[in-house]
Ligand binder design. Structure first.
Ligand SMILES: *Cc1c(COP(=O)(O)O)cnc(C)c1O
Length: 377
């Protein structure tokens, strides 16, 4: 069977250059000093993407490993952690915090909008005794992007370390790690970067290193312990054998993204056109504000089932779209327009398919989605 056009918010289409890099002949990454250089260079390129001078590490594991490693390494039993929550991933941080003995305080925002900075600022006036705060840049299930640029400096003013899950945002949303004072930002290979799933990367500020190295209690676990990486470069020693082929693939993907100076503008332009197209046709978006540039989440129209939309798209049009999970299960349709999927022609095909599938299911649309898209782009 021909592979479907994967228009999900990760994993995304993997470019042929990346696939070629994945199949390159390998060396022994523990013994070949050239690989240490390659790893360092790749981290340096990620620093460029993140706009940071902080250390960057690439870890062997999906994005979730990065989130768990940040919590495992920073949190000591009894530490108070502010969990900024306006969605499924934001809320999910609370579980990791508890798992490592932290005391969770949730700042719950509106799940249909970006975090309200003023509300958070007022909350922090009374409550700011936290070691760190966790937040999500782009809430992928709901398609909402939070104003990390405003939130992190406010947290830092209160002496709170900032840990940001930017897995589905990096490369598709502006991100200035140093300027916005993010102590740890976490990314993944399979979202905007458009490499296969399997790698996570994170940046670590001097303040975050200090907190990890000056702990009173040892870090539980090994794989999630970031301090085992402290001297990898000086000592030319990796804590475990590196997934060299995955890193070759990631490097090719980072190179493609860094060369693409239009990437951020294209994500914004395509996201806006997709949203306008859907609302022009009478469909309803899930978010009421804070719209993401990498994923659009729309409500499943009344009287039809998500499963029918999903199957119609896949079987009749060869396009794979996503639903969501948790409280959004069966309620929303998600179209990913990130990285390799963020091109007009792919959205045209997707919207043309969706137009037909929704009409066949009896949804009354104003105008044809693909034609509206052309007008809006
Ligand atoms: C994709 C993603 C992750 C990684 O989780 P998986 O669902 O296992 O891929 C983490 N955080 C966010 C915001 C994501 O979009």
């Amino acid at each position: 069977m021909k592979n479907p056009l994967i228009m999900t918010p990760g994993p995304t289409y993997v470019n042929e250059e990346v696939r070629r890099a994945l199949s390159k002949e390998i060396t022994n990454p523990d013994l070949d000093l050239d690989f240490y250089n390659f790893y360092r260079e790749t981290c340096n390129k990620l620093k460029q993407l993140l706009n940071t001078k902080n250390d960057v590490l690439i870890l062997s594991g999906e994005g979730i490993l990065g989130l768990e490693a940040a919590c495992a390494s920073l949190i000591e039993p009894g530490d108070r952690v502010l969990v900024i929550d306006n969605g499924i991933f934001g809320n999910g941080f609370a579980d990791f915090v508890k798992m490592y003995g932290g005391e969770v305080v949730v700042f719950r925002g509106d799940y249909e909008r970006a975090i309200d900075v003023e509300e958070l600022e007022n909350f922090l006036k009374e409550n700011h005794d936290f070691k760190l705060a966790t937040l999500v840049h782009c809430e992928t299930p709901s398609g909402i992007t939070n104003p990390v640029d405003k939130i992190c400096p406010i947290l830092k003013k209160h002496g709170i370390l900032t840990v940001v899950d930017a897995v589905s945002a990096i490369g598709g949303e502006p991100l200035e790690v140093d300027k916005w004072q993010i102590d740890m930002v976490i990314g993944g290979s399979q979202k905007v970067l458009s490499a296969p799933p399997g790698l996570t990367f994170l940046s670590i500020s001097a303040a975050a290193w200090e907190k990890m190295l000056m702990r009173h209690t040892p870090i539980t676990g090994y794989y999630c312990n970031l301090t085992i990486w402290k001297n990898w470069d000086e000592e030319k020693w990796f804590p475990y054998t590196q997934p060299i082929s995955d890193i070759y693939g990631l490097r090719a993907a980072v190179d493609i993204l860094l060369e693409d100076t239009e990437a951020l503008a294209r994500h914004r332009r395509i996201a806006e056109a997709v949203r306008k197209t859907l609302t022009d046709s009478g469909l309803e978006l899930y978010p009421k504000g804070g719209f993401s540039n990498t994923v659009t989440t729309l409500m499943v129209p009344e009287a039809i089932n998500f499963k029918d939309v999903y199957e119609g798209m896949l079987k009749e049009h060869g396009v794979l779209i996503a639903g969501a999970f948790g409280f959004l299960k069966d309620k929303v349709i998600r179209i990913g327009h990130m990285g390799e999927n963020c091109y007009e022609e792919k959205l045209y095909i997707t919207l043309k398919g969706l137009n037909q599938v929704l009409r066949n299911l009896g949804v009354d649309l104003k105008g044809e989605l693909h034609k509206l898209f052309i007008e809006n782009i």
